[in-house]
Design a protein around this ligand. Structure first.
Ligand SMILES: C[S@@+](CC[C@H](N)C(=O)[O-])C[C@H]1O[C@@H](n2cnc3c(N)ncnc32)[C@H](O)[C@@H]1O
Length: 359
């Protein structure tokens, strides 16, 4: 009988989801403390049995990441070379973080059109990265997160005419805008005593000299991340907690192309290749009638919605009255959402979430 009553009580986890009157406070640091009410029962059914104060406290701390405690700050982000605002998509839609400011530096009109469509309220557009002087950076206030993936066309080995990092007429030189801004924001955060994280992305097919120079200016080596849905690997440099352990050099599991295809279409290959800004990347290279996708038995091009889904965006994310080739250009340059989510996830323990996670 007593056991039956216990079973009917709310699960212990619920006591941690919202601070209640008379709750206990765990954690030494007042600023970052977690308000968690004390569970009054022990669960005999599940694997959760709380019997000592030590266990109770350990449980509270373990569940801290699921609490929405008000003392955590909102995350303020500056995203350089922002493209489709994949960074903001991850922060809001995947991690559920409460984003204070999101400053977006981007010059491509098609990209800004997509940004406006989805994030009109959330984004402050700040234009060309080269115009972001110290004066502007100061006005942004405390920036906790700097995101960037500078243009790769002049550093990628795919381009035989690449101008590399130092040619003032190329786009490779924009890399140094990131370094300039990262160094400024880092110093400002140290002086202001607040958290500052940065993440920088680029392609993996860099010349050895270019990689060495980038490593040396960035002050670390990158991790190589391979998405589950394609062969499109990327390098990521940064100081996000836990990043170094995320070396996904070996694909553990993959999501087959078939799972992204629209109804009535059949994948001609198991795993999607690297989608670039060129429409040839949506077709299978080679001979015969082999194709990436078949429809009614005939070779077919990948739909943009299929590419969007494979990257982790909702279908039609770039559908803002742009033609196929221009949408493909945006998608060919953007980030894999799952990968960026994976890297940024630890920020959830440091910054405020939008809503309480209900159990
Ligand atoms: C590799 S893409 C980054 C895409 C982005 N990470 C995303 O997820 O969509 C590089 C971006 O830098 C932008 N860009 C190029 N020159 C720029 C500049 N001077 N200031 C700001 N953005 C610039 C390009 O328009 C392009 O969208």
């Amino acid at each position: 009988m007593a056991a039956d009553k216990r079973r009917k009580r709310k699960p212990v986890r619920q006591y941690f989801s919202t601070p209640k009157k008379g709750c206990r406070t765990y954690g030494a640091n007042k600023k970052w403390r977690c308000n968690a009410s004390r569970p009054k029962c022990s669960s005999t059914e599940g694997d959760l049995i709380i019997s000592t104060p030590l266990q109770e406290r350990a449980l509270a701390e373990a569940l801290c990441s699921q609490c929405n405690y008000v003392e955590k700050p909102k995350v303020n982000c500056l995203s350089l070379f922002d493209g489709l605002s994949a960074g903001l998509f991850v922060l809001l839609n995947r991690l559920g973080l409460d984003v204070g400011n999101y400053f977006s530096s981007e010059i491509d009109e098609d990209a800004t059109k997509v940004q406006t469509f989805h994030f009109f309220e959330e984004i402050t557009k700040v234009g060309d990265v080269r115009n972001l002087s110290t004066y502007h950076l100061k006005k942004f206030g405390a920036v906790n997160l700097l995101l960037a993936g500078s243009p790769c066309n002049d550093v990628s080995r795919v381009n035989p005419l690449r101008k590399l990092l130092y040619d003032p007429d190329g786009t490779g030189i924009l890399f140094f805008e990131f370094i300039r801004i990262r160094n400024y924001l880092n110093a400002a955060a140290m002086e202001g005593g607040y958290e500052f994280f940065w993440l920088f992305e680029n392609v993996t097919n860099l010349d050895a000299d270019t990689l060495q120079d980038m490593n040396s200016f960035l002050g670390c080596t990158p991790i190589k991340m391979i998405p589950a849905s394609s062969t499109r690997e990327r390098y990521f440099w940064g100081n996000v907690p836990g990043m170094k352990e995320k070396h996904m050099d070996i694909r553990v599991n993959f999501v087959p192309l078939q799972s992204f295809l629209d109804p009535g279409r059949t994948a001609g290959i198991d795993l999607l290749g690297t989608i670039t800004t060129s429409s040839s990347s949506t077709k299978r290279k080679g001979t015969g009638c082999d194709a990436v996708v078949f429809q009614n038995g005939e070779p077919s091009e990948l739909h943009l919605t299929e590419i969007e889904k494979s990257l982790g965006f909702p279908s039609h994310f770039t559908d803002v009255n742009l033609p196929y080739t221009r949408r493909l250009k945006l998608l060919g340059k953007t980030w894999d959402i799952d990968i960026v989510q994976d890297i940024l996830e630890p920020l959830c323990t440091l910054f405020r979430k939008k809503a309480v996670l209900e159990t």
